[in-house]
Design a protein around this ligand. Structure first.
Ligand SMILES: Cc1cc2nc3c(=O)[nH]c(=O)nc-3n(C[C@H](O)[C@H](O)[C@H](O)COP(=O)(O)OP(=O)(O)OC[C@H]3O[C@@H](n4cnc5c(N)ncnc54)[C@H](O)[C@@H]3O)c2cc1C
Length: 454
């Protein structure tokens, strides 16, 4: 991959991306695949090493599929059928996020566990496929004016420079709380390792709320809420960490791989676009990780934005198409963050009145939920929802048959008479069409529904 270059030496690109974290790297793959000239910059040479994302969902795996990377990513990640449980220290279950053995509506398992640096490495290696994508690592962008590109996308994380240039307005969704995050490598031979839960555990102990995640291989993740009186500077010390998880493991069962204290935030930005400047990922929203959806939300931004940039830059669509990016994505992202904040209130409760109230609400047991599937902002379902991905009679997943194009699914008889500039899939998704009482649906390249024929 290329080192820093003098920008005066290079031809202007269609799109400059600031930040080669997961969102920027995915966007560069999607644009590179469509043939756009892309320059992507990251101030760091190496991938961020501290513990962050461990989970993505089935829709995100489907986006990796569209970038031609699903097989490599599936080989480096672990699908999980186990879901998540919110439990009191007594073992009583308050709340369940359902899991499933079967591929979900996206044609893939609904939950995948991974090591973020490994995922980012695969995304970066994917860029080598495209001579039209130039990667500039070790290059800090200090002003958007230095970027000679038709569009500039800030995938530059929570402290985004591009966001400052846009002047976005921050909306606070209420949750800001420091947590200790520790990844350990557990000894697979230890009986205590073998006794760890396979599902994600939200341990709702008012004395010390924690999350325990079965990541992949030997890796297990503990996230531990800081309480008043904790010294954040000392929390990563082994003498402090091990006693807190003594009921599960000790230093004789596992070694600490890495640890950090983060303050989890819940914010969205208003103003994802100003002229040629756009934002994606943590640059325009941040969520506490209780749903494992922060990066996922950014990946959906990249998928939404990529086909619109391709339509404008390559296919001559009106630039105003890019104005639909924020109006569609912001309410969608906000739905995930607001649910994460509500789940945060369940697990983070420490005040006795709040704990008693919580326990009363969930006393009956049996409360369960799935990841939300909201529609895009400004649409009325089924328009603006994502179309499922069935397998075709020839065994292929539907999206592989479509490629990066528009498609029409619908009744065979109806589609027989069409001669459109889109892929036709007669008879595909019949169950969905019947359920929604429509005869055909027009799918965008990101597989969200553009229109239906009643
Ligand atoms: C403890 C924890 C657990 C999490 N768990 C999950 C989870 O399970 N699932 C999930 O989906 N998400 C999770 N997340 C969130 C996820 O890690 C982030 O949402 C994701 O990393 C954001 O990706 P990004 O590409 O938008 O930004 P980042 O990953 O922050 O990348 C931004 C990049 O931009 C670069 N950059 C910044 N400024 C400049 C500049 N001026 N010039 C050049 N380069 C620049 C940075 O070096 C960086 O590489 C978790 C986060 C934390 C902290």
């Amino acid at each position: 991959m290329g080192g820093p270059q003098l920008l005066t030496d290079v031809a202007p690109s269609d799109v400059a991306i600031v930040g080669c974290g997961p969102v920027g790297a995915l966007l560069a793959n999607l644009l590179g695949q469509a043939g756009l000239a892309v320059d992507i910059y990251d101030r760091e040479r190496d991938i961020y090493p501290l513990p962050r994302a461990v989970h993505f969902d089935g829709e995100v795996m489907r986006i990796f599929q569209s970038a031609g990377l699903a097989d490599r990513i599936a080989a480096a990640t672990r699908p999980s059928p186990y879901g998540a449980r919110y439990e009191e220290p007594s073992g009583r279950t308050l709340l369940v996020r359902r899991g499933s053995e079967l591929p979900g509506p996206h044609g893939w398992s609904g939950s995948w566990y991974f090591h973020q640096p490994e995922l980012e490495r695969i995304l970066r290696e994917g860029l080598v496929r495209f001579p039209n994508v130039r990667v500039h690592l070790g290059h800090e962008v200090t002003s958007v004016d230095e970027l000679d590109a038709r569009y500039v996308v800030g995938c530059d994380g929570a402290r985004s420079l591009v966001r400052r240039a846009i002047g976005s307005r921050q909306v606070d969704l209420g949750l800001h709380q420091p947590w200790l995050v520790v990844d350990v490598l557990a000894d697979p031979e230890s009986p205590r390792t073998q006794a760890l839960p396979l599902h994600s555990l939200q341990f709702c102990d008012p004395a010390r709320p924690m999350t325990l995640v079965n990541v992949n291989g030997r890796r297990r993740r503990w996230e531990i809420m800081l309480l008043p009186g904790d010294d954040p500077a000392r929390m990563t010390e082994p003498e402090i960490f091990w006693p807190m998880i003594a009921r599960w493991l000790g230093p004789e069962d596992a070694e600490i791989e890495r640890s950090a204290v983060y303050t989890f935030h819940s914010v969205v930005q208003e103003g994802w676009r100003k002229g040629r400047l756009l934002l994606a990922g943590d640059a325009c929203h941040q969520t506490p990780p209780f749903l494992g959806q922060g990066m996922c939300t950014g990946m959906r931004d990249a998928s939404n934005l990529a086909w619109k940039l391709v339509s404008v830059v390559r296919d001559g669509a009106a630039d105003s198409l890019l104005d639909t990016y924020e109006s569609e994505r912001l309410p969608h992202a906000r739905a995930f963050i607001e649910l994460a904040v509500r789940l945060g209130a369940v697990i983070q409760a420490t005040d006795p009145t709040a704990v008693a109230d919580r326990n009363r609400r969930f006393a009956a047991g049996g409360t369960s939920f799935d990841f939300p599937q909201p529609g895009l902002g400004g649409t009325t379902p089924p328009v603006g929802t994502i179309f499922p991905q069935p397998r075709l009679p020839d065994g292929r997943l539907m999206d592989d048959a479509i490629g990066q194009r528009f498609a029409i699914v619908g009744e065979t008889e109806l589609l027989k008479h069409l001669r459109p500039d889109a892929v036709l899939l007669p008879g595909v998704g019949r169950e969905w069409l019947v359920e929604k009482k429509v005869r055909a649906a027009l799918l965008r390249p990101d597989r969200y529904i553009q229109a239906v024929a009643p």
